[in-house]
Design a protein around this ligand. Structure first.
Ligand code: GDP
Length: 383
């Protein structure tokens, strides 16, 4: 596969039809629940949402994955039992979220920690930044100690400093610094090393919660660096400034190129997805019982009044590429379109290859790699 450079010719091969992803692909086959000690019946890694009651766990889940508007969360009932939510049917992002009620005692002997933590991909601990967060930090300390002691330290630990919409910029920085320092001191006191903890300032009233979730989910995607490479190659050959690969339903970006992400660009791209979905739903064709108006053909170009262009192309039913570029770069639209086809094909190959390798691994073939798979691996490496 080769991308055409800006100086190269851009005529795409006639009849190029890249097609969509195989329906059965996902990105978590490497996770073996039995090996991980967890009895989960499927192969999806878990994202555990933990935190005190009323810290905002259910709201986060509803807003990010169920399209609930932030204001509606005011009427949510507080979580009183563990809620397991499978994020898989309508989205590329496939995992389980376990939403914990604040008052459960994880250290009760009857509490099955392997059931909960076994095979967990990430633990998100939500702390309400608008209230006294000392009790939350105490529970977080206990949780990290537990996670480390039970050898679940392979999972990533993420702290959402939540509801920061009520805080000034200075207060946000102060809270962030305070919590960070406390957690670092706690880990040191417990003698815990190699347990990376990340902090995010989040709110359901802006895009920060989507950005934070994006970063958490990206850590669960084994092919992330390949996706980033493909995006880098795509933008550098197409005169594009920034590109995001979005999970359309949740508006989580599962990968972006290596230039820094600024919040405004991300928000613009999220808004574009909303616009395209809304227009598609109102005016799109609903063919053969397919209720989703966003399909393989979906694409959109929006010109802003500051000589910037937003360019959206569907990658498959669940994924969309959204790019930001200058208006003059869009003069080479043919080149961009052609490179996009190459990009989509590359992504397709990456996941096809991963599926093949997973199938090989599960059939327990000894060391030999069939020639076709070896060829594919070399092709993906070249791409
Ligand atoms: P849970 O018990 O942890 O599941 O908490 P809920 O999701 O039920 O949220 C408790 C309250 O916090 C609700 O009234 C939400 O509207 C509110 N809330 C959640 N997230 C935010 C946020 O980002 N900012 C603000 N200001 N309020 C929030």
């Amino acid at each position: 596969m080769a991308f055409e450079g800006e100086s190269g010719s851009f005529a795409g091969p006639p009849g190029m039809n890249v097609g969509s992803f195989p329906k059965d692909f996902d990105y978590q086959d490497e996770y073996d629940p039995e090996a991980a000690g967890g009895p989960s019946a499927d192969n999806k890694p878990r994202i555990l949402l933990m935190g005190l009651r009323r810290s905002g766990k259910s709201s986060i889940q509803k807003v990010v994955f169920h399209k609930m508007s932030p204001n509606e969360t005011l009427f949510l009932e507080s979580t009183s039992k563990i809620i397991r939510d499978d994020i898989s049917n309508s989205s590329f992002v496939q995992f389980q979220i376990w939403d914990f009620p604040g008052q459960i005692n994880f250290f009760d002997p009857t509490f099955d920690s392997d059931l909960i933590f076994g095979g967990c991909g990430a633990l998100i601990f939500v702390i309400d930044a608008q209230t006294d967060f000392t009790p939350s930090l105490a529970i977080l300390k206990e949780t990290l100690k537990f996670v480390y002691a039970e050898s679940h330290s392979c999972m990533s630990c993420e702290v959402f400093i939540h509801k920061v919409d009520g805080l000034s910029d200075d207060a946000k920085m102060e809270v962030n610094q305070q919590m960070y320092q406390t957690v670092i001191d706690d880990l040191e006191e417990l003698g815990i090393k190699h347990l990376p903890v990340s902090f995010y300032l989040t709110s359901i009233y802006d895009h920060s919660i989507f950005e934070a979730f994006s970063k958490v989910v990206q850590k669960l995607i084994p092919q992330l660096s390949t996706l980033e490479n493909l995006l880098n190659i795509f933008i550098s050959n197409s005169g594009i400034e920034k590109a995001f690969l979005f999970d359309v339903v949740s508006k989580i970006y599962i990968a972006t190129d290596s230039s820094p992400v600024d919040m405004q660009s991300y928000e613009l791209c999220c808004d574009m997805i909303d616009v395209v979905i809304d227009i598609s739903c109102i005016y799109g064709d609903e063919e053969e019982g397919d209720t989703s108006a966003f399909d393989q053909q979906s694409q959109s170009v929006i010109k802003l009044n500051n000589a910037t262009i937003l360019y959206l192309r569907e990658v498959n039913k669940f994924l969309a590429l959204v790019c930001i570029l200058r208006e003059d770069s869009y003069d080479r639209q043919g080149l961009i379109d052609y490179n996009f086809h190459c990009f989509r094909k590359g992504i397709h190959q990456v996941f096809e290859l991963r599926n093949k390798m997973a199938a090989l691994a599960s059939s327990a073939a000894p060391n030999a790699l069939p020639a076709a798979a070896a060829d594919d691996e070399a092709a993906a490496a070249n791409a």
